[in-house]
Design a protein around this ligand. Structure first.
Ligand SMILES: NC(=O)c1ccc[n+]([C@@H]2O[C@H](COP(=O)([O-])OP(=O)(O)OC[C@H]3O[C@@H](n4cnc5c(N)ncnc54)[C@H](O)[C@@H]3O)[C@@H](O)[C@H]2O)c1
Length: 248
């Protein structure tokens, strides 16, 4: 098992990539702290983990609220006595060019997609240090590296996640805490299949040289590699999981 006895907090674990990652990590031996701001969704993921005979707890937390994130990390540490892995995955889509983007939508996107990554790291790092080190994996996006029409706030937030990942990798290497990002292309999750781009799935598939959208578990396997000791000399990197999207 690739994460045997590691304690992993996963945000946005009630759906899509976070859910697939939580289930995979549990199968690989991790004790998974399944977190989402939708309590029922977190609980449903946890139920699947427990049904598989694996271990975890569910904790409701909104990544944009500092007190809730502080509580999430405390709960994880108190329950298991250590914190080894943080998967900062919670995020929302936002599709507006700048002229049509309200200030409210700008702040909401930045608050969840970028500030959430900062708050989770801020409150996980002290517990990881007490645990002798750890691995943080942030879910950025190809849109942290390349532009996409009409996604101003999302592009800005994900670009922020990519560079914040490098910053934290430098600051916490001395504590044996590695910090990396995954950068998925378009993945078949509710965010894409039910979101603003749902009518364009065939077109979006053609943007990936492999000719299709990705599946949540294909991102989860990248998270698993970066969370595990197999990536022990990797920090500050972005792993593209994009069917070749950014290779052009
Ligand atoms: N699906 C894609 O194509 C794609 C591509 C690149 C990056 N991503 C990123 O992957 C991550 C997961 O996205 P997904 O596609 O699985 O989406 P999803 O909508 O299926 O899942 C997102 C989860 O995050 C939760 N969430 C939203 N806001 C939250 C908050 N404030 N606090 C806590 N939880 C919150 C939702 O309840 C949901 O369970 C996001 O950061 C997204 O930006 C997705």
């Amino acid at each position: 098992m690739r994460l045997k006895d590691k304690v992993a907090v996963i945000t946005g674990a009630g759906s899509g990539i976070g859910r697939a990652t939580a289930i995979l990590f549990a199968k690989e031996g991790a004790k998974v702290v399944v977190s989402d701001y939708k309590e029922d969704a977190a609980r449903a993921t946890l139920d699947d983990i427990l049904k598989n005979g694996c271990e975890g707890i569910a904790v409701k937390a909104d990544v944009s609220k500092e007190a809730e994130i502080q509580h999430l990390m405390e709960e994880a540490f108190q329950r298991y006595g250590r914190l080894n892995v943080l998967i900062s995955n919670a995020g929302i889509g936002e599709v507006s060019p700048v002229e049509e983007l309200s200030e409210e939508a700008w702040y909401r996107t930045i608050d969840i997609n970028l500030k959430g990554v900062f708050l989770c790291a801020k409150h996980a790092i002290p517990y990881m240090r007490k645990s002798g080190g750890g691995s943080i994996v942030n879910n950025a996006s190809i849109l942290g590296h390349v532009g996409f029409p009409g996604t101003a706030a999302y592009n800005a937030a994900k670009g922020g996640v990519v560079i914040l990942t490098k910053n934290m990798a430098l600051d916490y290497a001395k504590d044996k805490i590695r910090v990396n990002a995954v950068c998925p292309g378009f993945i078949r999750t509710p965010m894409v299949e039910e979101g603003a781009v749902k009518g364009q799935l065939d077109y979006l598939a053609t943007l990936h040289p492999l000719g299709r959208l990705g599946e949540p578990v294909e991102v989860a396997y990248g998270m698993l590699f970066l969370a595990s000791e197999e990536s022990s000399f990797i920090t500050g990197s972005s792993l593209m999981i994009d069917g070749g999207y950014t290779a052009r």
